[in-house]
Design a protein around this ligand. Structure first.
Ligand code: XMP
Length: 319
């Protein structure tokens, strides 16, 4: 009988049988899949699990603290938090091309992850949050050269180079099953129903060159947008929503003074498979409230626009 409880029990058993007394490493991103793997492995093997969480400086507001809170503080999972913001940002300086940025972020992630993983002396396994649709996607990508969605979290040749074996307990599950298992394991609802977030993070939501100043502005605007969606109970009706930083300045009048500040675009879509998407018809009054809050509360932003482009042709991300 497929109940989340039964599935968790049998997964716990099979992980224990597979791993024995070995140490396991997991790259924890804070997304649904790696979070569920962390919770599952923690239940199965406790202290034999070490998670590595890399802060690349391109995460959302308070994201690192939230991950540490949930896993390290509340659940007692062993998590190593690596503050690598400076390292990522200095490599990104002066780079404007989206694919080049993706490559730099992906490569740097692997470097940082490998350095940390090498410190865990007795590790024999590398766990990953691969789910069934990823298995299909990467099989398809081999033949049609599509961009591999999880390229960033897929730590390349690491398993072979470090002589680690792959542990992928969610490999046969669909997203909704992963969520039910996450609930069964006691993960917070908000974490389980989070929108997808790309591996390169804000790196592809800051158009052109990435700068710390831009990332700080974007984080605040994005947090207000999502907070308002939660408050109006729209967050879970929308498939993905986020703010985009446009490095162009526009004029505004603030009091008596003339401001010449940046533009933030809001993107919200409804989709089933992320291959095609419609822009979400958020009520005007709610958009008005979000715009007012961002312009009033985020220094450096003087104008907010709403993206009304469908996919195709416009991709969900702006880069
Ligand atoms: P697009 O922009 O191609 O996005 O319509 C479709 C879905 O994929 C996500 N996305 C990425 N995820 N690395 C990722 O891990 C990437 O480089 C990347 N690019 C896009 C996007 O957020 C959306 O959910």
């Amino acid at each position: 009988l497929w109940t989340p409880g039964n599935i968790v029990d049998s997964m716990v058993e099979s992980v224990r049988a597979q791993v024995g007394r070995d140490e396991v490493i997991l790259g924890l991103s804070g997304g649904v899949d790696s979070s569920v793997v962390a919770a599952l492995l923690h239940r199965a093997i406790g202290k034999q699990l070490t998670c590595i969480f890399v802060d690349n400086g391109l995460l959302r507001l308070h994201e690192g603290d939230q991950v540490m809170d949930t896993f390290a503080r509340h659940m007692g999972v062993k998590v190593i938090r690596v503050d690598a913001a400076e390292r990522f940002l200095s490599k990104l300086a002066g780079v404007a091309d989206p694919e080049e940025k993706r490559k730099i972020i992906g490569r740097t992630f692997i470097e940082v992850f490998e350095e940390e993983a090498a410190k865990i002396a007795n590790a024999r396994w590398l766990a990953q949050g691969t789910i069934y649709p990823d298995v299909i996607e990467s099989a398809a990508a081999k033949t049609r050269k599509a961009h591999v969605i999880k390229s960033h979290h897929n730590v390349g040749g690491l398993p072979e180079r470090m002589k680690l074996k792959l542990l992928e307990p969610l490999r046969e599950l669909f997203k909704d099953e992963v969520r039910r298992i996450g609930e069964e394991l006691g993960l917070p609802h908000q974490m389980i129903y989070r929108h997808p977030f790309p591996g390169p993070g804000l790196g592809v939501r800051i158009l052109g060159e990435v700068r710390r100043e831009y990332a700080d502005i974007l984080r605040k605007a994005d947090a207000i947008f999502l907070e308002e969606l939660y408050r109006h109970e729209l967050y879970e009706k929308i498939s993905q929503a986020f703010a985009v930083f446009l490095p162009v300045r526009s004029v505004a009048v603030l009091g008596d003074a003339r401001a010449y500040d940046y533009v933030v675009a809001l993107r919200a879509v409804e989709t089933v498979d992320f291959m095609t998407a419609n822009w979400a018809h958020i009520p005007y009054e709610i958009l008005a409230g979000i715009s007012n809050r961002i312009i009033n509360e985020v220094r450096g932003v003087s104008r907010v626009v709403y993206d009304i482009s469908g996919k195709p042709p416009a991709t969900i991300e702006w880069e």
